[in-house]
Design a protein around this ligand. Structure first.
Ligand code: ADP
Length: 527
């Protein structure tokens, strides 16, 4: 190193020939071995004087094939005809250097995109000795650049053409940097009017006074994104409901480069939502009015049935009373046939009385308020079984109660009616040659419901009938086989519903029936 400095200081003339040669040789070897760049010399007229490994690799000619040829070989016929190679040398001569990027040919006729620089080489006296030419194959880089440019262009066109969303960019300070068709359509400002304006232009005066634009930018900066549904201003001063997303854009060094803002007009959607809400409210009101009307009608019908049933009692009592009187007072003179008819009158009137009593009971269920309280099932069942003793004994029925019994909330007399009807049926719908066996037990469901079961070993019910038997006057049997009015289960259902619960049955013909009633469970505390 020291030697060279000394050499440079004393001028090239002092450099010994041997060392100069060595240095030139070193440089030549270095240039020749470079394989990523084509490096070669032209003489002042443009003929090739040297050729390195990179030139061979890039262009395909071996050194001995190309040295001595004119460098215009690397140009297209049109370029040569247009005098391009000559012009390049002229520029390099005049300015010391010529540089360009363009397509060049290889020996095999294929093309590559080259970065070319031509440097004029002069000796110490300033005489032009030739040109140094360095060529780099930048086809790959050019392709990547082009692809990137194309994709950016495509993306820009896409964003610009979106008409339903305002999509635009803000610089890091919040000034508009780009503006698409949607933004113009939504807000009314044209691109040339909007670009360069501060984003607060789109805020309402109140929003501006509350420093909302600044706060939004700050939130987006700190959290990456800011979203809201709020009022925004149009150019004409009108206000619309906007759905806004503001996204902060950072580069790889986490430096804030700006913001992307997407705004959507929510006016239409809001209007549609309001309309739906309005319709729903209207519908609810109409349903409520209809329900009130129906329950009024229902109450009227109920009262009507009640008064008819009630008014039928008096004439019926007359029929029964006089039929009895006739049978008793004229027993001696009435022929046997007449007594038989009288018996039929009494029986039919008795049945009618049963019907009226059941109907009255059913109608009464629809009237008045029932306020449920805690009902202990033990005393309730005891009362019922005592009252039914005779009927149970007639059939030699066995009633089994499985304890412990859960405690529902109900109304004592109403629940009693339900259970009586179920036990009566459980004993009644058993073939005459079988001893009725009734099982009563309870279950609790989720702590909130008590299910009371009344199960029998009777004839059972086909699945297709299991719903309709709860309708009033619905019976599956004629009076000949099993007596009844068809009101019992209607009472069970209506009463359960009035108590806030429901009733149902599980059964198969021939294997008994299991009726159930769900009632609200009483809370632990006594009521
Ligand atoms: P009724 O007992 O007066 O006929 P219900 O309304 O109590 O009227 O019962 C309606 C019908 O449901 C009965 O006629 C009968 O066909 C059927 N049914 C009710 N309970 C039972 C039962 N435990 N087993 C079989 N069938 C029943």
């Amino acid at each position: 190193m020291k030697d060279e400095q000394t050499d440079a200081g004393t001028g090239g003339a002092v450099l010994p020939d041997r060392r100069l040669k060595e240095r030139e040789e070193g440089l030549r070897l270095l240039v020749e071995s470079v394989s990523d760049y084509a490096i070669f010399m032209l003489d002042p007229a443009g003929f090739i004087m040297s050729w390195n490994a990179g030139a061979e690799r890039m262009k395909g000619w071996r050194a001995h094939e190309i040295i001595g040829q004119h460098f215009s070989r690397f140009y297209s016929a049109e370029d040569v005809a247009a005098g391009k190679p000559v012009m390049e040398l002229r520029i390099a001569t005049a300015e010391g250097r010529y540089e360009e990027e363009g397509w060049r040919f290889r020996k095999d006729g294929t093309q590559f995109f080259a970065h070319v620089s031509i440097t004029a080489v002069r000796d110490a006296a300033g005489t032009l000795r030739g040109f140094g030419k360095v060529t780099r194959d930048i086809t790959e880089r050019m392709r990547t650049d082009m692809a990137l440019r194309e994709s950016e262009e495509r993306f820009r066109l896409l964003v610009e053409s979106v008409g339903d969303y305002a999509i635009y960019m803000l610089d890091p300070e919040g000034y508009v940097a780009s503006w698409n068709t949607g933004a113009e359509r939504l807000k009314g400002w044209r691109a040339d009017e909007a670009i360069g304006q501060h984003v607060s232009l789109f805020h309402t005066p109140e929003g501006r006074a509350a420093r909302k634009p600044q706060i939004e930018l700050q939130i987006a900066r700190e959290q990456g994104v800011f979203r809201e549904e709020a009022e925004r201003l149009r150019k004409d001063g009108s206000i619309f409901m906007a759905d806004v997303t503001l996204t902060a854009l950072f580069d790889e060094q986490r430096r804030l480069r700006g913001f992307a803002k997407v705004t959507r007009d929510m006016t239409e959607r809001k209007r549609a939502e309001d309309a739906v809400r309005e319709l729903n409210r209207d519908l609810e009101l109409r349903v409520a009015a209809r329900t009130a009307e129906l329950s009024e009608r229902n109450a009227e019908l109920n009262a009507f049935a009640y008064s008819i049933a009630h008014d039928l009692r008096a004439p019926l009592r007359g029929i029964i009373g006089f039929a009895d009187a006739l049978a008793e007072d004229f027993a001696d003179i009435l022929p046997a046939e007449a007594t038989g008819y009288l018996g039929r009158i009494t029986a039919a009137a008795g049945r009618m009385n049963d019907l009226i009593e059941d109907l009255l009971a059913y109608s009464r269920l629809g009237q008045g308020e029932i306020s449920p309280v805690r009902v202990d099932l033990e005393p309730l069942l005891r009362d019922i079984l005592e009252n039914m003793r005779t009927r149970l004994d007639e059939r030699n029925a066995e009633v089994e109660i499985i304890r412990p019994l859960a405690t529902p909330r109900a109304h004592y007399a109403t629940l009693q009616q339900v259970v009586v009807n179920l036990i009566e049926n459980a004993v009644k719908f058993v073939p005459p040659d079988r001893r009725p066996h009734v099982r009563i037990h309870t279950e609790t469901h989720g702590g909130a419901w008590v299910r009371l079961w009344v199960e029998d070993n009777g004839i059972g019910i086909a699945p297709e009938h299991q719903t309709r038997i709860f309708n009033i006057f619905e019976r599956l049997h004629g009076q000949g086989s099993y007596e009844g009015t068809g009101v019992g289960l209607a009472v069970v259902r209506r009463a359960s519903e009035r108590l806030g619960g429901k009733a149902g049955v599980e059964s198969e013909p021939g294997s008994g029936s299991r009726f159930w009633v769900d009632l609200p469970a009483a809370s632990e505390r006594s009521e």
